[in-house]
Design a protein around this ligand. Structure first.
Ligand SMILES: NC(=O)c1ccc[n+]([C@@H]2O[C@H](COP(=O)([O-])OP(=O)(O)OC[C@H]3O[C@@H](n4cnc5c(N)ncnc54)[C@H](O)[C@@H]3O)[C@@H](O)[C@H]2O)c1
Length: 362
């Protein structure tokens, strides 16, 4: 398999000795923990999530400490920082697009209120521990390309970040947008060294389907390759034109993980002057038709037959607010890596087969 990301740049400066990961019980949080255990073994990881985060066999709390906490609880957030000197935060926890659209209060409570708790607590912690100036903590907020929307951001559009206004079409996108502005302002004021990274759809996710409207992008491969039926919720049959008309902007797991980790070490000076602190992470455009081709290639006719076609109007309404392609010239220039334009999705499938299924059953 080609297109394996490189990790040479993932080197944390001497003053960053403890890293906090929120949402460490989730898919991206668990993968990021494993990556940092491998590439930053001398840095302590403080993991937190509303569910108990896994510790991957590390029992020494001076290397890895896992705390179950609801980050909507300000006292719980404050106590996370006590006795620590946290130099970097990866703020990953959240409610996904479908979940936020279905439960307005929960979406705002988690994606805005609890994130503000963590941001404010990090600022207070920086002051209390004397981490200011060059040593101020780095704060990486994990956002989403769902912050775009409106005219110029339909499935067949190509978004140029310097020209496309932010009119998110979902509560999730609006919540992420609100937090990006807060995060930007804490950077602008010089309180923290802040960065927001907007993720494309991450695939192929292992585990159970998520509440993201894009969950089917992983499900189309993950379920049939394990002999489980799955549904494509934006087409009514294999010949539905939607198969080609609803491309999604995707990134494979190892690439996005490398890029999220890199956002924590990238120099502040890499940001183009005067252009804020938000970065569109690179991805590749993939149509559901191409995803189905990949399923056939790796799973054969047997797997292909396990796909049902049934339009889910709620999922389709959300997908209509996303572009199928985003320009990533700026982020690539800053050192973020990109999947191969033609083979990226196939590589995502190969990665899933190798790493999560232990190869294809003969
Ligand atoms: N996976 C993707 O395709 C994708 C795409 C764009 C953006 N993102 C963003 O990446 C981040 C990680 O996504 P993921 O795929 O790992 O999602 P996930 O659902 O697997 O993980 C989110 C975690 O947040 C935790 N959480 C929810 N409410 C909490 C609370 N009140 N306190 C503490 N923890 C809480 C959940 O328990 C869960 O473990 C999210 O912010 C998401 O919006 C993901």
């Amino acid at each position: 398999m080609s297109g394996i990301p490189t990790y040479d740049a993932i080197k944390f400066p001497e003053h960053i000795r403890t890293i906090l990961i929120t949402g460490a019980g989730g898919f991206v949080g668990q993968k990021l923990t494993q990556l940092l255990l491998k590439y930053a073994p001398d840095v302590k990881l403080l993991l937190t999530d509303v569910v108990q985060p896994p510790t991957f066999g590390v029992s020494d709390e001076s290397k890895l400490k896992a705390v179950k906490a609801d980050l909507g609880d300000t006292a719980a957030v404050k106590s996370l920082f006590e006795g620590e000197k946290i130099g970097l935060v990866y703020a990953l926890h959240g409610i996904m697009s479908g979940g936020s659209e279905a439960n307005f209060e929960l979406g705002y409570a988690v994606n805005v209120d609890s994130h503000l708790n963590v941001l404010r607590a990090t600022h207070a912690h920086a002051t209390e521990t004397g981490q200011t100036g060059d040593k101020k903590p780095v704060y990486v907020f994990v956002s989403s390309l769902a912050i775009y929307g409106g005219p110029g951001c339909g499935p067949l559009d190509h978004v140029d970040p310097r020209k496309t206004p932010l009119y998110p079409g979902t509560s999730y996108g609006i919540e992420k947008n609100i937090m990006e502005l807060y995060v930007y302002d804490y950077g602008r004021k010089g309180y923290l060294d802040t960065r927001s990274v907007r993720l494309p759809t991450v695939c192929i996710r292992s585990g159970a389907p998520s509440s993201a409207a894009s969950s089917f992008v992983s499900g189309l491969i993950r379920e049939p390759l394990q002999n489980i039926r799955t549904t494509l919720p934006i087409a009514s049959s294999p010949s539905d034109p939607n198969i080609n008309n609803y491309p999604l902007y995707c990134t494979k797991v190892t690439t996005v993980l490398r890029n999220i980790a890199y956002a924590g070490v990238m120099p502040e000076s890499a940001f183009p002057a005067g252009e804020g602190r938000s970065i569109n992470l690179p991805g590749v455009r993939v149509t559901p038709g191409q995803m189905l081709e990949a399923l056939k290639k790796y799973g054969g006719d047997e797997a292909f037959k396990l796909v049902d076609y049934k339009i889910d109007t709620a999922v389709q309404a959300i997908c209509k607010t996303w572009a199928g392609d985003y320009d990533s010239t700026i982020s690539q220039g800053m050192g973020f890596q990109v999947d191969d334009k033609d083979e990226g999705y196939n590589e995502a499938v190969e990665e899933f087969i190798e790493q999560e299924l232990g190869g294809l059953k003969k």
